[in-house]
Design a protein around this ligand. Structure first.
Ligand SMILES: Nc1ncnc2c1ncn2[C@@H]1O[C@H](COP(=O)(O)OP(=O)(O)OP(=O)(O)O)[C@@H](O)[C@H]1O
Ligand SMILES: N[C@@H](CCO)C(=O)O
Length: 312
């Protein structure tokens, strides 16, 4: 049996719309992400379990993990023996934490290991990005590659091998808060500006290029000062109840930056210490989450998708 865990991720990472993303891991060891297991069976079958399984369509054919299995058998490993594929859905849907990416990445990683197909990193990323594109209506890599490779990734069609890994500050603490309601990614993309003024496009390029270079040079404090999203955040903030208040209140409690995680509605607060992160988390628990919400203090997850043992 092969069992793989794929971590949650923060798409856009504020300053890199559709081009920057970070895998995250709660400090308390919670597995924030999806788990997929593949075992030999007489014929193919699929099961979806876990805390968010009931939020997904009941039909296997409508589940991305099962669709990945069908695609893998048809296009990658026609001779693979029958398998039982089980998805443990541990991330809410439409959360902004890269939930569909987690299912897709964990499934392809588990199938590749089970069938010993040894696809290259770029082949795997392309396979995964095809599915992400189907769901959100756009082929963006900023959940897929951090989820797969771990770390903070500059990642897009034009980036060589689709991903360039950036160092990050080990002291950074990322408070992620899922408010407890869903925001469909396609809907959150529908409100984006269709065009950018030249001035805005130039500013975006300046910010992202300076941020990535400063990160590469490990000038983390300077890089943080560039974190601003003038493309997606103004359009999406009105869709996320409580975001504007959090954006205003958390810097006073020590957040260096507050932004939307991916397409939202999860938000993240970047903090320089655990004490600041705890203050921000408490505020978010009291003011941002409904009874279905949750929050975690995380670090950037350097590992990405990995094989795990049963019981882990
Ligand atoms: N295994 C799966 N995981 C997540 N979504 C799935 C899965 N299978 C099918 N879906 C469907 O795909 C769509 C995913 O929607 P959407 O892109 O908004 O969510 P998401 O990927 O969870 O968002 P985000 O990347 O912001 O976390 C939903 O309609 C959901 O029912
Ligand atoms: N970059 C994507 C991430 C979706 O999770 C977006 O902001 O729409």
């Amino acid at each position: 049996m092969k069992r793989f865990f794929a971590p949650a991720s923060i798409g856009n990472f504020c300053v890199g719309f559709d081009s920057l993303g970070a895998a995250i891991a709660p400090l308390d060891g919670t597995l924030l992400g999806d788990v997929v297991s593949v075992e030999a069976a007489e014929q193919d079958s699929f099961a979806c379990i876990g805390p968010y399984a009931a939020k997904l369509p009941a039909q296997a054919e409508e589940n991305l993990a099962y669709q990945c299995l069908v695609h893998f058998r048809e296009h990658v490993a026609a001779n693979m023996p029958g398998v039982k594929l089980t998805l443990e859905k541990r991330l809410p849907i439409g959360s902004g934490l890269g939930s569909s990416a987690c299912s897709v990445v964990a499934t392809f990683a588990a199938l590749d290991a089970f069938a010993q197909t040894q696809l290259s990193q770029t082949q795997m990323i392309e396979l995964m990005a095809d599915f992400e594109g189907k769901v959100s209506g756009a082929r963006h890599y900023d959940n897929i590659t951090p989820c797969y490779l771990g770390g903070l990734q500059l990642t897009a069609e034009l980036v060589p091998d689709r991903a360039l890994s950036l160092p990050s500050d080990d002291n950074w603490r990322l408070v992620v808060a899922y408010p407890g309601f869903a925001l469909n990614t396609a809907a959150a993309r529908a409100v984006l500006p269709q065009q950018l003024a030249t001035h805005d496009a130039v500013e975006f390029a300046q910010r992202l290029s300076a941020f990535t270079l400063l990160m590469a040079q490990q000038q983390f404090d300077k890089a943080v000062t560039l974190m601003k999203d003038e493309i997606a955040e103004p359009a999406r903030a009105p869709l996320i109840k409580g975001f504007a208040e959090a954006r205003q209140s958390l810097p006073e409690l020590g957040a260096l930056n507050v932004s939307i995680s991916g397409a939202g509605p999860t938000l993240f607060a970047l903090c320089a210490s655990e004490e600041d992160a705890q203050r921000c988390q408490l505020w978010l628990q009291q003011n941002y989450l409904n009874k279905h919400g949750f929050s975690h203090i995380c670090r950037i997850d350097p590992q990405g998708t990995r094989e795990i043992k049963e019981g882990e």
